[in-house]
Design a protein around this ligand. Structure first.
Ligand SMILES: *Cc1c(COP(=O)(O)O)cnc(C)c1O
Length: 371
């Protein structure tokens, strides 16, 4: 699905030098590379504070901890997302309330969000799924009316930009109270191990997050709150500094591949290509199609025999998962997610796709679909 080796080859000399530099410096934890990366990412995102941490799941957990929510408080998120989003809500003994998604963008259905709000609702976690921003204009409006915190899960959409009706453009992850992301190797800004970060424009929330990632410490050896140990290591930060400089060109390469796919499938009635939201740019973390009139697992098998990776993101709705299901969540309330889990498939999407590869992939898909 990704070509991390091909991408590395192109920046190998820079990366190797940076990694060796950290090893020679012995500043393995919270070294200057981490500080510099933090500053550079703040500048890139146009956000006041970036708090690096160990991974994207921790970032979500720390963000929710920083908001001071209490057990039993309800947190609304999407039924169609990676499990981490709902997992951390449950781990903190908050109550996850899942809502269905929009059939075109796969992002949270704002009408369903509105209906799910109760007096116990304290936060909403919109997920910018597959690389495109959720309907933030509406989500922020509804959240403000009901005094609900907005925590954006930006693990799949770092670098996407959202333009509000008043013309203001903001980076994904910087619109709500807190944003979080992941630097998992296959993410759009991926390191060579695990990593994550929290973004906020709020000085107070930033200070609380910085304390939580470091065992809840305030003044040295004075623990003000319960925290965790969650750090981005210096080697990963050094790698991320280099890759951040390429992030926009990486997004452009992904968009070019996406356009090739779009054109190749444009006249195929059995395949629905990704819908582009007017207000958001798309950074194509995944290129996800909706199939109709064929079994997506059969297509996946066909592609595997041709040496083409194909993934089903996601095959099982979260509301049906043993870990998360509750009697309150009714299967019929998740019509769109249920249908998507039976019809979506994602094709290889990365920065190194060649026209030849794209041609072979699209021809192989059409060969199966049209047979
Ligand atoms: C990858 C991902 C995460 C978790 O990130 P990790 O770094 O793997 O912990 C959270 N949410 C979404 C939507 C993701 O895609």
């Amino acid at each position: 699905m990704v070509d991390l080796k091909g991408q590395y080859q192109k920046i190998k000399s820079e990366i190797d030098a940076a990694v060796i530099g950290v090893m020679e410096s012995t500043a393995y934890i919270n070294g200057p590379e981490v500080q510099s990366f933090q500053k550079e990412l703040e500048n890139y995102l146009g956000v006041k504070h970036v708090i690096p941490c160990a991974n994207g799941t921790d970032a979500l957990q720390i963000a929710l901890m920083a908001l001071g929510l209490k057990p039993g408080d309800e947190v609304i998120t999407s039924d169609f997302t990676f499990a981490a989003t709902v997992e951390v809500i449950g781990l903190l003994q908050l109550t996850p309330v899942l809502v269905d998604v929009d059939p075109h963008t796969f992002n949270m259905d704002v009408e369903k969000f509105k209906k799910a709000i109760t007096p116990k609702t304290k936060a909403v976690v919109p997920v910018h799924l597959f690389g495109q921003c959720a309907n933030m204009e509406e989500i922020l409006k509804i959240a403000a009316e009901h005094k609900i915190y907005v925590v954006e899960d930006t693990a799949q959409a770092i670098g996407a930009k959202y333009t509000f009706s008043n013309g203001v453009t903001k980076q994904a992850g910087t619109m709500g109270e807190i944003g979080t992301t992941s630097f998992f190797p296959s993410k759009n800004l991926g390191c060579y191990g695990d990593g994550g970060a929290i973004f906020t424009n709020d000085d107070n929330l930033a200070a609380v997050c910085r304390s939580i990632v470091n065992h809840g410490m305030g003044e040295r050896y004075y623990y003000e709150r319960l925290g965790v140990n969650s750090r981005l290591d210096s080697i990963q930060a050094a790698i991320l500094r280099i890759k951040l400089r390429h992030l926009d060109s990486y997004a452009a390469a992904r968009n070019k591949a996406a356009s090739f796919y779009d054109n190749a499938f444009a006249s195929c009635e059995k395949i629905k290509t990704p819908v582009r939201e007017k207000k958001s740019t798309h950074v194509f973390h995944q290129y996800t199609l909706v199939g109709c009139g064929f079994n997506h697992f059969e297509l996946q098998k066909h592609l595997v025999t041709k040496g083409i990776p194909c993934m089903i993101y996601y095959p099982v709705p979260l509301h049906t998962q043993a870990a998360y299901k509750t009697p309150q969540m009714k299967h019929e309330d998740f019509e769109v997610t249920n249908a998507l889990c039976e019809s979506v498939f994602s094709l290889p999407m990365h920065t190194e796709l060649t026209e030849e590869q794209l041609k072979y992939i699209t021809e192989s898909v059409l060969e199966f679909v049209n047979k």
